[in-house]
Design a protein around this ligand. Structure first.
Ligand SMILES: [Zn+2]
Ligand SMILES: [Zn+2]
Length: 181
């Protein structure tokens, strides 16, 4: 995801170059193929990167815990600031903005970190393998998307059944006391 922009840094303000991306990028938990088109525009102080990229990440369904591919569309728009003057080789002051992206001293613009950040932002916190994912049986852990398990249907809410057990236990104590009388 590296582009040498030394020629474009010498170009006039407003000049645009288009690139087609088709590269594997290391993202959080694995590598993903990233594809799409981006344009780089020379501005008075930077190179402005704009484009739409497509990729897929491997995620875990929050209900049934199965792994599946989740497609992402990234609307990228980032400014990259040169750290070295392309003509004189002198180092340039960076803008005040914290965490801004830079073009290194060899005039390489590296999109990897930006793509990583866009992917993290676009990935859902609680992904579902499908809208109506049936999840796992709370008793045996069977994946209910693959059909019903052997567990008997239980109508009693588990919280109530705990209370029932307590109620039974206190009944026994009461009965024991009655026996002693
Ligand atoms: Zn699922
Ligand atoms: Zn079950």
């Amino acid at each position: 995801m590296q582009i040498n922009v030394s020629q474009q840094l010498k170009a006039s303000i407003g000049s645009i170059r288009n690139y087609e991306l088709n590269e594997v990028v290391d993202i959080a938990n694995g590598s993903s193929l990233v594809q799409g088109k981006i344009s780089l525009m020379r501005t008075d102080r930077s190179i402005l990167v704009k484009g739409v990229l497509h990729t897929e990440v491997e995620v875990t369904c929050s209900r049934c815990l199965s792994l599946f591919s989740y497609p992402l569309t990234l609307n990228v728009e980032e400014e990259y600031f040169p750290t070295t003057d392309v003509v004189s080789g002198a180092s340039l002051p960076l803008p005040e903005e914290p965490g801004c992206f830079t073009i290194d001293e060899h005039h390489i613009l590296d999109l990897t970190e930006a793509i990583r950040q866009y992917v993290l932002l676009a990935t859902p916190m609680k992904p579902l393998c499908r809208e109506d994912c049936a999840g796992l049986c709370p008793h045996c852990g069977h994946n209910l998307n693959q059909g019903p398990c052997g567990c008997l249907p239980r109508e009693v809410d588990p919280h109530w059944s705990e209370l029932n057990k307590l109620a039974l236990a206190s009944d026994i104590v009461v009965n024991e006391q009655k026996d002693k009388e």
